[in-house]
Design a protein around this ligand. Structure first.
Ligand code: KG4
Ligand code: ZN
Length: 350
């Protein structure tokens, strides 16, 4: 079974081909970084137009790379949300058009489910597992019990963690996108020079908060005035240490709850763009070791946005006999817990 995956929900135009042996036959990601850099963030209109300009060509290239044609496909999967709706529509309409023209089953994939199931593609993981999803738009802890079955343990009450990285980078006048820039700067820095807050640390739940941390970085930067390279490195390192500390603390609570719910100590899977952060991976690996389980972290290329995860999520659904009608709606907001809610009910609510 070979599935074409399409992704255009944020600032990456991505196309992939994945088969049911878990082979990624093509995985193309076209980043729009250069187009958004002058604005210091993703401009939705620019993103949508760029997806439109590039998606078709990328599909042709992916098919060529894998040495297959449309006739070899067994299904088409496209991200239908959540995300920037103008962009989401590009992959959604393209995917539906291919499915209609070739009479192929179509799968409307939730982008978060793509991240959630990646560890099954890369590491062949069985259900259940605990997932820490950390990206530019999301920060949550979930028990992944099956395809479409997610139990939310906690989430952010304000900013997503990737957003905090991006804003911190901006405050420190570092490069865009912020996450990798903060990580690079932090390599040279002293994580103990500045004592930054650890929001919600020690509380018994699994929620997150990052707005106070961001404010603390800003206040510290203002106190210092003109930032030297040393100041920047130390602030970046202190920020990164605080984030890792908080994510470990919240994940520890979630692991305890997961053990109560499932009788299993783990594993803990970390996914989403921030999962590319090495400091965070090390901290989480230490946590899982202490808790008697393991950390599963997909390679960074499959942690940041890509279409292999979308093709794989589509494949998982097709294998279960699931597919979606061609009038499936694109959704700017689409919590994972709603995956089991029938379309008709969602329509009645909106
Ligand atoms: O999953 P992703 O590619 O897109 C979303 O769905 O949001 O995540 C992007 C986020 C950005 O906020 C980016 O700054 C962050 O992931 N990120 C990182 C690193 N690489 C990307 N954050 C910390 N350290 C990194 N190495
Ligand atoms: Zn993502």
């Amino acid at each position: 079974m070979l599935v074409l995956g399409l992704e255009s929900s944020c600032d990456e135009t991505a196309v992939a081909l994945v088969n049911d042996a878990g082979e990624v036959r093509a995985n193309l990601v076209l980043s729009q970084l250069a187009e958004h850099r002058p604005y210091g963030g993703v401009v939705p209109e620019i993103a949508a137009r760029s997806h439109l300009d590039h998606l078709d060509g990328l599909i042709v290239k992916a098919l060529q790379e894998a040495g297959v044609g449309f006739d070899d496909l067994d299904g088409v999967a496209a991200t239908l949300g959540p995300g920037l709706i103008g962009g989401v529509l590009v992959a959604a309409m393209t995917g539906k058009a291919i499915a209609a023209a070739r009479a192929l089953p179509f799968v409307a994939v939730n982008h978060l489910e793509g991240h959630a199931l990646t560890a099954r593609l890369t590491d062949g993981l069985d259900f259940p597992y605990l997932l820490l999803l950390v990206s530019g738009g999301h920060c949550q802890l979930l028990a992944v019990e099956g395809v479409g079955c997610y139990r939310r343990y906690g989430g952010t009450i304000d900013d997503a963690v990737g957003e905090a990285f991006d804003k911190t980078a901006k405050l420190l006048a570092l490069d865009y996108p912020g996450g990798p820039a903060v990580e690079r700067a932090a390599q040279e820095g002293d994580p103990e020079r500045f004592v930054l807050p650890r929001p919600l640390k020690g509380r018994p739940d699994c929620d997150f908060s990052f707005s106070g941390l961001k404010t603390a970085v800003r206040q510290q930067a203002e106190r210092l005035g003109d930032l030297s390279p040393r100041d920047r490195a130390d602030l970046a390192a202190s920020f990164q240490a605080s984030v890792a500390d908080v994510l470990v603390d919240r994940s520890r609570n979630a692991l305890a709850r997961f053990r109560r719910d499932t009788g299993q100590p783990g594993p803990l899977v970390v996914a989403g763009g921030v999962a590319a952060n090495r400091n965070l991976r090390q901290a989480l690996a230490a946590l899982t070791e202490a808790e008697g389980t393991v950390l599963v972290a997909p390679p960074p290329k499959l942690c940041t946005d890509n279409a292999a995860m979308i093709a794989w999520a589509g494949l998982e659904r097709l294998r279960l006999g699931q597919s979606d009608p061609l009038n499936a709606r694109a959704r700017p907001r689409w919590p994972l817990e709603e995956l089991r809610t029938p379309e008709s009910e969602l329509e009645a609510r909106s």
